[in-house]
Design a protein around this ligand. Structure first.
Ligand code: NAG
Ligand code: NAG
Length: 454
C-alpha cells in the first residue's frame, strides 16, 4: 500500500515538473488535434461554418466521430456547431405572449435543443457527425422513412453507427450518402431533414469524385422534391437515388452516414437556401432590401385544418395594406401557379411578409430571402398546453435572419381547426411587422457562453 502511494506521488511530481517547463503544452496540442476548416464559399452562411475535429486525441469522448472504433469506419468528423441565440417571437400583447410561453414550457421535455431565458432562446453545444465507411452494407437500420426515436436526424440516430456490416467490396458498388429519414418523400421533411444533411455533407460530397448516390426511403412523387434534388446536388439524375424501403441489403463501396445533423442551425438552413437561390440563377449575397419588396404573401388553409373566419381576416389585412398606400399587395399563394421552384425563388425576391395559419406552406421560406417577415397564426389547445405549431417556423425563420410574429388562436377544435379568430390580433401583428420590418434588428445572434451557463 505505502509503496504504491509513493509511486503515485513521485509520478505526480514528475508530471508537475514537466508541466512547469512547458506551461502551455502548445506543441502537444498542435500535434494531436487535427482541426479542419470548411473552405469559405463567399456565401453569408460562411460565418456559421462548424469546426471539424478529424483526429482522435486524448480526452475527446470515445463516441466522438474521430474516436469511434467501428469495423470499416475509415473517416469520422465531429462538427462543432457554433452557439447562437434567437429572439423570442414578437407578440401583439402580453396575453398572447403568456399563452405562447405556456405552450413552450409544456414542450420542454421534447423540445430539448432550445433553452428560453429572458427574451432569447439559446442553442448551445450542438454537434454533428459525418461518418464514412468503406465496403459496408446497409441492412435496414435505421428503418427508412419511419418516425422513431432512432430515426435518421432524431435524438438517437447515433444508435446505428455500427449497424453497417462489412462485405468483400467491389469497385462497381456505389458510393452512397444515407439520407433516408422520416417522410423524406414530402416537401416538408425533405426540406427540414434531407436538405439539412446535404448541407452538412456538402464539403465532402463535392470533394469526392465519381458521382454520389443517395439512399432515400422510396420513390419521389412530389414535384417540389424532384425539383429540389438537382438544385441541391450538382450533376443529379433520377438514377442518383437508391430506394431503401423493402430492400434487405444495399452494398456500398463507400457509405456516408450523416444522420447526426442538428435540426436547427443557421449554417445548414442558410446554406441549403443559398444553394437553392444560386441554382435558380440568383446570387445569394445580393439581398433585395425588404422595404422595396411589395408582396405580402397570404397562405390560405384548406380541408381539415380550416380557419373558419379566414376570409374575414384576409379582407381586414387587405384593408390595412390599402390604407398604408405604399404600393404593397396581398397575394394569396396558390402552389399550382408556381409549378417551377425557380418561380417561387423569383417571387420570393418580391416578398416582404408571409402571413397565414400554421401549415406546410410555410416551408416555402426555404425559397425566400433573409429579412422576409413571418406572421404565423398558431392554433393552441383550449387548455394552453399544446399547439399545432411547436417551435418550428419560429426557429426556421429566425436562423435565416427572418423576424417572426406569433398570433395564437385559442378557439379551436380538437383537430386544430380554428373556429373564430379575433381578426384585430392578426391585423395588429401584420401592421406591427410592416411598420418595423425595415429597421428591426436580426433575430439571430452568435453567442459566446463564457460562464453564463456554468
Ligand atoms: C490531419 O489531417 C490531414 C489532412 O486530412 C492529414 O494529412 C494529417 O496527417 C492529419 N494529422 C494528424 C496529426 O492526424
Ligand atoms: C368560438 O367560435 C364559435 C364559432 O364561431 C363561437 O360561436 C364561439 O362564441 C367562440 N368562442 C369564443 C370563446 O370566442
Amino acid at each position: 500500500m505505502e509503496f504504491c502511494l509513493a509511486l503515485v506521488l513521485s509520478a505526480a511530481t514528475v508530471l508537475l515538473l514537466v508541466a512547469a517547463e512547458e506551461p502551455f503544452a502548445s506543441n502537444t496540442l498542435s500535434e494531436s488535434v487535427n482541426i479542419s476548416r470548411i473552405s469559405p464559399r463567399s456565401f453569408p452562411s460562411d460565418v456559421w461554418r462548424p469546426l471539424l475535429l478529424t483526429t482522435c486525441f486524448p480526452s475527446l469522448h470515445h463516441e466522438s466521430a474521430p474516436c469511434r472504433r467501428v469495423p470499416n469506419l475509415v473517416y469520422g468528423e465531429e462538427l462543432l456547431y457554433q452557439d447562437f441565440r434567437i429572439r423570442l417571437p414578437h407578440f401583439v400583447n402580453a396575453e398572447q405572449k403568456r399563452i405562447y410561453l405556456k405552450v413552450l414550457h409544456h414542450y420542454r421535455h421534447i423540445w430539448l435543443r432550445g433553452r428560453v431565458i429572458g427574451d432569447y432562446a439559446y442553442f448551445l453545444n450542438q454537434r454533428g457527425q459525418n461518418l464514412i465507411y468503406s465496403n459496408v452494407m446497409y441492412v435496414g437500420k435505421p428503418v427508412p422513412g419511419m418516425w422513431a426515436e432512432d430515426a435518421c436526424m432524431s435524438y438517437s440516430a447515433d444508435k446505428h453507427v455500427s449497424a453497417f456490416p462489412p462485405w468483400k467490396g467491389s469497385d462497381t458498388a456505389p458510393a452512397a450518402i444515407f439520407v433516408a429519414s422520416p417522410d423524406d418523400y414530402s416537401f416538408q421533411h425533405f426540406t427540414d431533414r434531407v436538405a439539412m444533411m446535404l448541407a452538412q455533407t456538402r464539403h465532402l460530397s463535392t470533394r469526392v469524385a465519381g458521382g454520389w448516390k443517395y439512399i432515400v426511403t422510396g420513390p419521389y412523387r412530389v414535384p417540389a422534391v424532384s425539383q429540389l434534388w438537382p438544385m441541391l446536388v450538382p450533376g443529379f439524375t433520377p438514377e442518383s437515388l437508391i430506394h431503401a424501403r423493402g430492400k434487405p441489403e444495399i452494398q456500398t463501396r463507400l457509405l456516408v452516414y450523416p444522420c447526426q445533423t442538428p435540426l436547427i442551425h443557421p449554417y445548414t438552413h442558410q446554406l441549403a437556401s443559398e444553394v437553392i437561390q444560386q441554382a435558380a440563377g440568383y446570387d445569394p449575397r445580393v439581398i433585395e432590401p425588404v422595404g422595396s419588396r411589395p408582396v405580402i404573401l397570404f397562405f390560405a388553409r384548406r380541408g381539415s385544418r380550416a380557419w373558419h373566419n379566414e376570409n374575414e381576416c384576409r379582407l381586414a389585412i387587405e384593408q390595412l395594406i390599402a390604407g398604408r398606400n405604399r404600393n404593397e399587395q396581398l397575394v394569396t399563394f396558390q402552389a399550382d401557379a408556381y409549378p417551377n421552384a425557380r418561380d417561387v425563388v423569383k417571387l420570393g425576391r418580391r416578398v416582404k411578409l408571409m402571413v397565414g395559419v400554421h401549415g406546410g406552406a410555410f416551408y416555402n421560406l426555404v425559397y425566400m430571402q433573409p429579412g422576409t417577415g413571418i406572421v404565423e397564426v398558431c392554433p393552441v389547445a383550449p387548455d394552453g398546453k399544446s399547439s399545432r405549431c411547436g417551435a418550428m417556423f419560429w426557429e426556421m425563420s429566425n436562423v435565416r435572419n427572418m423576424p417572426y410574429w406569433s398570433v395564437v388562436a385559442t378557439n379551436v377544435t380538437h383537430d386544430w381547426q380554428i373556429l373564430t379568430m379575433d381578426c384585430n390580433l392578426v391585423v395588429s401583428a401584420v401592421r406591427n411587422a410592416l411598420e418595423n420590418i425595415e429597421n428591426i434588428p436580426s433575430p439571430l445572434e452568435a453567442f459566446h457562453q463564457g460562464t453564463k451557463f456554468g
